[in-house]
Design a protein around this ligand. Structure first.
Ligand code: GLU
Length: 289
């Protein structure tokens, strides 16, 4: 399934954890326009494609009703994609294979810290759109030998352990964003060891996202600017998995009238609400101009 050439391939990757709002619509519209632009300029080639990826791995928050609503709302808004839809919960063996590769190459370690442990240990306040810096608690070299976790030889199904990626402390990572230009971050300072596999036996967003973007041959990732920090983590994962990283284009985030970033709790700005109020997609898009 790997994209054999550099023919543009983009993706829309909503999570069915709530109703899609205006912010999603604007980002996805940009993604579609960029795929279409590639389509019209790639003379003689198959042209750009756009896939829809259903990011439904968070079983506690994702719901089938939101998947139905998501597809209905995307279609209503005028978004079009190439079938078939990719559903992450159906791709667990692929993620597990990548987990084993990362383990064999020595990139991950087991961790017993809870999210709260990490939050409490964080020395600096973290941006609300990102996770706190991992303090290194369970890195094997930081534990007294007696209390080192005795992990199984390799991550095993149901081992009840979190597995984290060990970032190369001090390395500066860079990429040129299609919208925001040059971006840099220092591993271990701007972001720390991040989750690869969760103790409830589910892959992390970072792992699943990279495995899918590589497997589907995605050439450009278009998504919200809240994920810029994650892009650095994902660049490390592409490298560790020996896959070519796509280009990245992050879209500015929409805010409400109080300057607060739109989230799924902003029901008033859900596409569904706007539609029920009689707004048309054209009117909504005209508001962005
Ligand atoms: N599903 C993710 C989200 O809704 C987006 C993932 C991505 O575009 O990489 O935040």
């Amino acid at each position: 399934m790997v994209n054999p050439s550099s023919v543009y391939c983009g993706r829309l990757a909503p999570s069915p954890t709530g109703l899609l709002h205006l912010g999603h619509a604007r980002t996805f519209w940009t993604a579609m326009e960029r795929a279409w632009a590639a389509r019209s300029t790639s003379s003689g080639q198959a042209g750009g494609t756009l896939r829809l990826r259903n990011d439904d791995l968070d079983t506690a928050r994702c719901h089938p009703d939101f998947v139905t609503a998501m597809i209905e709302d995307l279609r209503w808004f005028g978004l079009q994609w190439d079938e078939p839809v990719v559903t992450q919960s159906q791709r667990i063996p692929l993620y597990r294979a990548a987990l084993a590769r990362l383990h064999d190459a020595g990139h991950i370690f087991p961790c017993s810290c809870s999210r709260r442990d990490v939050q409490q240990a964080a020395t600096a306040p973290h941006e609300s759109t990102d996770e706190p810096l991992y303090p290194g608690t369970c890195r094997p070299e930081n534990l007294p030998p007696a209390s080192r976790l005795q992990p199984p030889a390799s991550p095993a199904q149901g081992d009840g352990l979190n597995w984290r990626f060990r970032v190369p402390d001090g390395e500066t990572l860079s990429f040129t964003d299609g919208h925001f230009g040059e971006q840099h971050a220092v591993a271990g300072r701007d972001f720390g060891d991040f989750l690869i596999w969760r103790k409830d036996d589910a892959p992390s967003y970072q792992l699943a996202c990279v495995v899918d973007d590589a497997a589907l041959g995605i050439t450009e990732v278009v998504r919200g600017a809240d994920l810029i920090k994650s892009t650095f983590r994902q660049l490390l994962l592409f490298r560790a998995l020996e896959s070519r990283a796509p280009a990245f284009y992050h879209c500015p985030l929409l805010t409400d009238d109080k300057g607060v970033r739109l989230a799924k709790r902003h029901d008033a700005l859900a596409l569904r609400t706007l539609r029920e109020q009689g707004k048309t997609p054209e009117q909504i898009r005209a508001g962005w101009a």
